[in-house]
Ligand binder design. Structure first.
Ligand code: SF4
Length: 479
């Protein structure tokens, strides 16, 4: 469907667009002001007129009023309420977190989310529960202006998944360049550390997170080099958590796991996404469910006692029976944490291109289908995954949303008590600076007054390596 949103003022376009897309994820939505004669004349399947509040003292009040009215209009038209109501941001726990900080109760947070933002009771309770837990987990740490965590990005993967838009490239193509990339990382980290010392901050990071991509695509000597350089550059004596997102089971080797263990890595991920082999092939992952089981045992044998597993709900062709199989397999492995994602069809993913271009795909019957397969998560699937995680003794400890999530749902991290990932909470709640290194990595400086400044490195690996000196200069000016 081709939807046009006409407004009487050039304002709040982003908020309006996000809310309309939440109701119509598969449709083209154009937003324009009534002065734009060309766009107004363009034929549409549906046109909605939105009146922007004429005058307002606080922009937020005007935005909330506008969104509430638009939500009710769209809800009446589509005859549906959205699980997260009119919340379109990626951090729904921020509101209850702030309310708890002000001394309000979890029950008050639930009421506020339901009444002001039209969030369903189930999701409002989940957000309030997680905010309460995050607060308790963050309480022992002094998150002042000098504190920070480290993120190091390794942008290589064994193959590129159908839904991926992360900064990642096939490891086989970059094999010869991996050492040069590590050198660029070292240069960038040393420059940042020196700038920090020059400003009188000699603190070490609270947490370290090596993510990607798939960091375990590095060979054992390359991993040794990376972890040694991190130890040489940063003071890790007070670091409480050290994660390597091992990720793809087809990248695991005993040697690499041994290096990680020797260097004090405390937490890793083994991410199946699904335990159904047909789906794994369909989404472009070149490993099987047996590889997941093998990688998991290898990690246990190497001594890792805090292993997270990621799954994605609503992958092409997956419904309740497929999820049941995945959860049953994961329960047998008994990880310490389970992160449940709902499929997001991102703009730059191959999955979205395939849908748009109708490649080998019959979308005539169902706009949401991919090659005739169902696509997207549902609340029922989310509930099933949550039941399984809670059944393993885990509790939800962090939550975020993404754009273009099928079913307007969320991603939730569950963990056994004492095994939650502090880095995940820090990055979601934006209560501490994150110093990020590598191609496409996003450094975030959190000021005492709550202001946040971001610096993003070039996503392209070659450009990143070429520009690393320039990138460092840019960061030093801001941090
Ligand atoms: S493993 Fe993750 S980063 Fe790598 S291609 Fe798949 S989705 Fe992208």
């Amino acid at each position: 469907m081709n939807i046009g949103i006409r407004t009487d003022k050039n304002d709040f376009f982003y908020d309006i667009h996000s809310l309309v897309k939440s109701f119509f994820p598969d449709d083209d939505v154009a937003i324009f002001s009534e002065d734009d004669e060309e766009k107004c004349a363009c034929p549409r399947d549906l046109t909605i007129r939105v009146a922007i509040p004429p005058a307002y003292e606080r922009r937020k009040d005007a935005k909330d009023l506008l969104k509430r009215e638009l939500y009710e209009t769209l809800s009446a038209y589509t005859e549906q309420r959205l699980p997260w109501g009119m919340l379109s941001g990626i951090r729904p726990t921020k509101i209850p977190m702030q309310m708890l900080r002000e001394g309000q109760s979890e029950e008050a947070c639930v009421r506020y989310l339901m009444e002001e933002d039209f969030v369903s009771e189930e999701k409002a309770r989940l957000a309030a529960e997680i905010a309460g837990r995050e607060r308790a987990l963050l309480a022992p740490f002094s998150l002042d202006k000098d504190s920070y965590s480290l993120y190091v990005h390794i942008p290589f993967c064994p193959s590129i998944c159908l839904y991926c838009t992360f900064s990642s490239s096939p490891a086989s193509v970059w094999k010869k360049q991996a050492d040069a990339y590590l050198k660029a990382l070292e240069t960038e980290m040393r420059r940042e550390r020196d700038a920090m010392h020059a400003e009188g901050n000699r603190r070490g990071p609270t947490t370290v997170y090596i993510g990607g991509g798939t960091p375990t695509t590095l060979t054992a000597p390359q991993m040794e080099r990376l972890l040694t350089s991190i130890e040489e550059i940063w003071d890790l004596r007070e670091t409480v958590e050290y994660t390597v997102e091992a990720g793809r089971p087809d990248s695991f080797s005993e040697d690499v796991l041994g290096v990680m263990k020797r260097h004090g890595v405390t937490r890793i991920s083994v991410n199946p996404q699904t335990m159904n082999d047909d789906t794994l092939t369909r989404i472009g992952r070149r490993h099987t469910s047996s590889d997941v089981r093998r990688a998991f045992s290898m990690a246990r044998e190497a001594g890792f006692d805090n292993i997270n597993m990621d799954i994605i709900l609503g992958l092409p062709g997956e419904g309740e029976p497929e999820l049941a199989r995945t959860l049953e397999e994961i329960e047998k492995l008994s990880p310490e944490a389970l992160t449940v994602h709902s499929l997001a069809v991102k703009r730059a993913s191959r999955l979205r291109l395939n849908i748009l271009e109708d490649r080998e795909l019959d979308i005539s019957a169902d706009r949401g289908a991919y090659r005739g397969y169902s696509l997207g998560a549902s609340n029922a699937l989310m509930d099933e995954a949550s039941r399984s995680a809670r059944g393993m003794g885990m509790v939800p400890y962090y939550l975020y949303r993404q754009k273009n999530m099928r079913g307007n749902l969320e991603n939730t991290g569950f963990a056994l008590p004492g095994r939650a990932c502090l880095y995940n909470i820090l990055i979601m709640e934006e209560v501490q600076s994150i110093k990020a290194f590598g191609a496409g990595a996003s450094t975030k400086r959190v000021y005492e007054d709550g202001r946040i400044e971001r610096t993003i490195s070039p996503k392209d690996v070659t450009l990143y390596m070429e520009r690393v000196m320039e990138t460092c200069d840019g960061k030093n000016r801001r941090l």
